[in-house]
Ligand binder design. Structure first.
Ligand SMILES: [Zn+2]
Length: 406
C-alpha cells in the first residue's frame, strides 16, 4: 500500500501525526518522554495537583504547563475542582488533574497461527475493547501483519482505538521468538521477526512497539498476578512459557519454553527438529486424531473426541489417558527444574479437562524430593481466544511502567 493511499483512507492521521507518530522529530520525542512522566505520575497516584506533578516529574513549571495543556486539549487528562482542606487555611478549591479514564491504553495484537486478535487495555489493565478474526493457517506473516493493519484502522475509525492515548503496543507472534538482547536495547532497536516487517503497524500505532512469541505473552496474561506459572499450550504443536513473579523467562538465547521438543521416548519417531520422540510429535491435534483413528475410531475434531470421552467412549478415554501420560513425562521434568506454583494447560487439547491432567497429578504426587513440601495447582485454562493479545497488551503496559521507574 502506498503512503498516498493510506492518507487518503485515513484522514485522522494528520491530527495524530502532529503529536505522536513514530517518525517524530527529536523535539517531539523529548516532549513525548515528558508526557509519559506526567502520565506515569497520574497512573501512580490517581490524581495530582500541578505542584505535585512538578515534584514528581522534575519538569519546569513552563514545560509542565505546556504538556498539561496539550494533554488536556487531547482529552487525555481532565481538570477537576477539588477542595483540598489539609494544608489550605480556608479549604479553598484547588484544581486537581486526573487521567481521563478512557484515555490511556495499550494495544495488544496476536498474530496467531489461525487467528488475529486485538486487545485494547486501559492503564490499569482493564479490558476496553477486543477484536478477533480467523485467518488461514497458510497465510504468511507479512499478510497477517497486513490484516492486522486493516483491523487497527477499522478500530481507529470506530473510535475504539484512540491513537493519541496509546502508550505502546505489544505483538504476540506464533512461531517467532524475540531476541532478548534486542528487547534490552529498547523499543527502537528491536529486530523484526524473521520473514516479516512490522513497519506498517509502527506507522499507525504511536509509541514503542514490542513483540514476542504469542504463547509467552498469553502466559503473561495468566501470570500477571506474580505467580510462578508454567503455561503449556497443546494445539497444532506444543509450546510452553514460564512466568516467575511477573517476569517472563526468555532464556539466554531467547528460545526458552520449547517443551514440545523434550523427548518423551528416545526410541520414538524422528521429529522435524532432528531429535527422536519429541512430545510434540505425539500430542499435536492432528496426531491425536490420527492415533484415535488408528485405534479404531475416527473423530472429526478434538472437541468431538473430548465429548465422546465424557460420554463414556472407551477409545476416546484411552486416547486422553495416553496423551496425559506423555504430557506428564515432559511436565514433571519441567516442574523439577522450575518449581512452578501453578501449571496451566491451554490450547485445543485442554478441552480434555481433568482426565488429561490426572496422569500429571499422579506423577507429581508419586515423586518425593525430600526438599520440602511442593504445592502446585494444576488446571486447564478457560478458553480465551484473546489471551495472546491480552498478554501482548500487558507486555506494552509493563514495559511502559518499567520505563517510568527511571
Ligand atoms: Zn522436536
Amino acid at each position: 500500500m502506498t503512503e498516498g493511499k493510506l492518507k487518503a483512507e485515513w484522514p485522522s492521521r494528520k491530527v495524530v501525526g502532529d503529536v505522536l507518530t513514530p517518525d517524530d522529530s527529536a523535539l517531539q520525542a523529548v516532549r513525548r518522554r515528558h508526557e509519559i512522566r506526567v502520565l506515569a505520575s497520574l497512573v501512580a497516584h490517581g490524581h495530582r495537583t500541578r505542584r505535585e506533578l512538578e515534584e514528581d516529574t522534575k519538569l519546569s513549571r513552563t514545560t509542565l504547563s505546556a504538556i498539561v495543556g496539550e494533554l488536556r486539549d487531547r482529552g487525555v487528562i481532565i481538570d477537576t475542582d477539588q477542595t483540598v482542606a489539609a494544608s489550605g487555611r480556608h479549604g479553598r478549591p484547588t484544581k486537581v488533574l486526573t487521567l481521563n479514564p478512557e484515555a490511556g491504553a495499550a494495544v495488544g495484537i496476536e498474530l496467531g497461527r489461525r487467528r488475529i486478535s486485538i486487545s485494547v487495555m486501559g492503564f490499569d489493565g482493564s479490558p476496553m475493547s477486543t477484536e478477533l478474526q480467523e485467518v488461514a493457517a497458510s497465510l504468511g506473516l507479512d499478510a497477517k501483519v497486513g490484516r492486522a493493519v486493516d483491523m487497527v484502522r477499522q478500530l481507529i475509525q470506530d473510535g475504539r482505538i484512540k491513537p493519541e492515548t496509546i502508550i505502546g503496543t505489544g505483538i504476540g507472534i506464533a512461531s517467532r521468538h524475540a531476541n532478548p538482547l534486542s528487547l534490552a536495547d529498547g523499543a527502537e532497536h528491536q529486530l523484526d521477526p524473521q520473514g516479516a516487517t512490522l513497519d506498517a503497524l509502527r506507522a499507525i500505532l504511536p509509541g514503542p512497539l514490542l513483540w514476542d512469541n504469542n504463547i509467552r505473552l498469553a502466559a503473561m496474561a495468566y501470570g500477571k498476578d506474580s505467580d510462578d506459572l508454567l503455561y503449556v499450550v497443546l494445539s497444532a504443536g506444543v509450546s510452553a512459557a514460564s512466568v516467575s513473579h511477573g517476569t517472563l523467562l526468555r532464556g539466554g538465547n531467547g528460545i526458552a519454553g520449547e517443551l514440545g521438543h523434550v523427548s518423551v521416548d528416545f526410541a520414538g519417531p524422528q521429529c522435524w527438529c532432528g531429535r527422536h520422540g519429541c512430545l510434540e510429535s505425539y500430542i499435536n491435534e492432528a496426531n491425536v486424531l490420527a492415533e484415535a483413528a488408528h485405534r479404531g475410531q475416527a473423530f472429526p475434531s478434538i472437541a468431538a473426541l473430548a465429548e465422546a470421552a465424557a460420554d463414556g467412549n472407551g477409545i476416546a478415554a484411552n486416547i486422553i489417558d495416553w496423551a496425559g501420560e506423555l504430557l506428564a513425562r515432559a511436565v514433571v521434568g519441567a516442574t523439577v527444574v522450575l518449581d512452578p506454583s501453578r501449571i496451566v494447560i491451554a490450547g485445543e487439547l485442554s478441552q480434555f479437562g481433568e482426565p488429561l491432567l490426572a496422569p500429571l497429578r499422579r506423577a507429581l504426587a508419586e515423586q518425593h524430593l525430600d526438599l520440602g513440601a511442593r504445592v502446585v495447582t494444576i488446571g486447564v485454562a478457560p478458553f480465551a481466544p484473546t489471551a495472546g493479545s491480552d498478554g501482548a497488551a500487558h507486555l506494552a503496559l509493563s514495559r511502559w511502567a518499567m520505563e517510568q521507574g527511571h
